[in-house]
Ligand binder design. Structure first.
Ligand SMILES: Nc1ncnc2c1ncn2[C@@H]1O[C@H](COP(=O)(O)OP(=O)(O)O)[C@@H](O)[C@H]1O
Ligand SMILES: [Mg+2]
Length: 535
């Protein structure tokens, strides 16, 4: 037998683990139950809970100590705004794993993945698979109803063992396929955007809950919605069609009929029964674009539909059927503001916003610009007879520096115009529209161009307060930026810190104890910059 004590790391199940009265002892509660198996003595439970569930956490801790006095329970509170938000959940669990001192030689870790939201479970799986948690997984379940008792069953899954290689390999393959499908046609080099896409891909495959995409116009929300649908479809998660509804046009009398359908004779001109968009989307996905523009009346009707799935066609006085649709909605408005102004129902908002994705504007992912330009050049050059193949450095620089209020859509329009009107193979700054030309850009030598990448990175760590390890390190490891970029960045840091590497580490949002790791990284990759010049 393994002499190492067993440590369980898990999330509090706000529903499954709850129960305060005497009858809770008859109920299967995953976390408590796990500590009731005589063949699985548990030395310690690390229980992560959300602030509103503190009382449940305390009750569970006390109950564990009662059923298993030798088990110590340590509670960790996390503050999450939305336990369905992939970025937030992954970040918080990643932080937990990073800050936790594991002693794998002396302790045996099990990560309990039965409790928590679907998103939390997937994140625990991923972090265990990637060995951020050096653990095996443990799953618990109640036994059949007729032997119902509080203990339930458990099974341990070791992602390291060869018999599970197949499972892990399959999971990784699926994740990879999914990511490439979602990304096909989506050009991005931005690490956050990449991870956003990867997160959505997991959600897209597994979750049935409504997804709300927020972001300014032209950032790619509609495109993303369609990709999500295609992804679900390829995984047989949805069968039906992708039906797009532009909510801004849902006005007046025709609106209800467009969404819910009507029966023959319900109004002048209704010569036959007509299905609405929701019915057409049955078993598929409805995409509610510009959902912030919906009238209050339509919001009420939509809410009722979302709550029941029941369709009431125009011209009938009761529900005519039930449909099953996944909902993706998108808006470029701040729905929270509309709620304050009384223009959007908060109950509808909560219903639509179960999984929240905000798509960043193009000016916040400048590294994507050259790629998008390249893709757009290819796209528009397909039509023959055009000569423009590329842009000279000055023109490209102007594109990178421009603020792109219309985002990717505007960029595509600019490139299209350039291709259609350009007369030389390499377009120059004078070929660009005036708003891009008059930005006071000077022709910069290569060294300077390189520097703008360092500027973007610098802004990200210093102004946006991202950590070097998340904003820079992965880019470098994926070869998206060069040693020279990292050196330029470090140089900028040293300039600010007057040659003090410790201050640079702090400036780049690293923990004090990461200082050594930072220096080792720079040394190993020859990215060190002599500090003396900056003293
Ligand atoms: N990452 C991307 N890669 C390639 N094309 C993109 C990307 N994001 C958006 N687009 C394109 O930009 C245009 C605007 O995207 P769209 O999804 O309509 O934006 P939104 O719905 O947010 O207004 C579309 O032509 C879309 O194909
Ligand atoms: Mg759109």
């Amino acid at each position: 037998m393994d002499p190492r004590p067993t440590i369980v790391i898990g999330l509090l199940g706000s529903v499954l683990d709850s129960g305060f009265h005497q009858e809770r002892w008859n109920k299967w509660r995953p976390t408590v139950s796990l500590c009731q198996h005589s063949n699985l003595p548990i030395a310690r439970v690390e229980l992560i809970y959300l602030k509103p569930h503190e009382h449940i956490a305390r009750c569970v801790a006390a109950d564990i100590e009662r059923v298993s006095p030798r088990t110590q329970v340590r509670l960790t509170m996390q503050e999450l705004k939305n336990p369905w938000d992939f970025e937030e959940v992954y970040g918080s669990l990643h932080d937990f794993a990073r800050d936790y001192t594991f002693h794998p030689d002396d302790e045996d870790y099990l990560v309990h993945i039965t409790t928590g939201t679907h998103v939390q479970q997937i994140c625990l799986f991923l972090l265990t698979e990637s060995r951020h948690f050096p653990a095996r997984l443990v799953q618990t379940s109640p036994v059949e109803p007729k032997h119902r008792g509080p203990e339930g069953k458990y099974s341990i899954i070791d992602l390291d063992l060869s018999q599970y290689d197949r499972i892990a390999a399959r999971f990784q393959r699926e994740a990879k396929d999914a990511a490439s499908l979602l990304k096909s046609g989506i050009e991005t080099r931005n690490p956050q955007f990449n991870s956003l896409i990867e997160q959505i891909e997991h959600v897209a495959i597994y979750a049935k809950e409504p997804i709300l995409l927020m972001g300014p116009t032209g950032v790619g929300k509609s495109q993303l919605a369609r990709r999500i649908f295609e992804l679900k479809k390829s995984r047989h998660q949805v069968g039906g069609a992708f039906v797009e509804v532009n909510c801004a046009t849902l006005r007046g009398d025709a609106a209800m009929s467009a969404l819910f359908g009507h029966v023959k004779g319900s109004f002048t001109g209704a010569y036959r029964d007509k299905p609405g968009k929701l019915e057409i989307a049955d078993t598929g996905t409805v995409f509610l674009d510009e959902v912030g523009e919906m009238t209050l009346r339509m919001q009420g009707l939509l809410l009722r539909f979302l709550e029941t799935g029941e369709l009431q066609k125009v011209g009938t006085d009761r529900a005519t059927g039930v449909v099953d649709v996944r909902v993706i909605s998108a808006t470029n408005r701040k729905l929270e503001d509309l709620i304050t102004q009384g223009q959007f129902r908060d109950d509808l908002f909560y219903r639509l916003n179960v999984i929240h994705v905000s798509v960043p504007p193009l000016r916040e992912r400048k590294l994507d610009i050259p790629l998008l330009v390249e893709a757009a050049l290819k796209q528009f050059n397909r039509a023959n007879g055009y000569v423009v193949r590329d842009l000279d450095p000055e023109a490209m620089q102007a594109l990178i520096e421009y603020a792109w209020p219309g985002n990717v859509r505007e960029l595509q329009n600019v490139i299209e115009r350039l291709v259609v009107t350009g007369r030389s193979e390499i377009a120059k700054i004078d070929d660009l529209p005036p708003e891009l030309r008059h930005q006071k850009v000077s022709l910069r030598p290569v060294k300077e161009r390189r520097r703008t990448i360092a500027d973007v990175l610098y802004k990200r760590v210093v102004q946006d307060r991202e950590s070097f390890w998340t904003a820079v390190y992965p880019l470098y490891m994926n070869r998206e930026i060069t040693k020279a970029n990292v050196r330029d960045l470090v140089g900028k840091g040293l300039e600010e810190a007057r040659g003090n590497y410790k201050i640079v580490a702090r400036l780049f949002n690293m923990e004090a104890r990461d200082y050594k790791k930072f220096l080792n990284f720079l040394r190993k990759h020859e990215c060190q910059v002599p500090f003396r010049e900056y003293r």
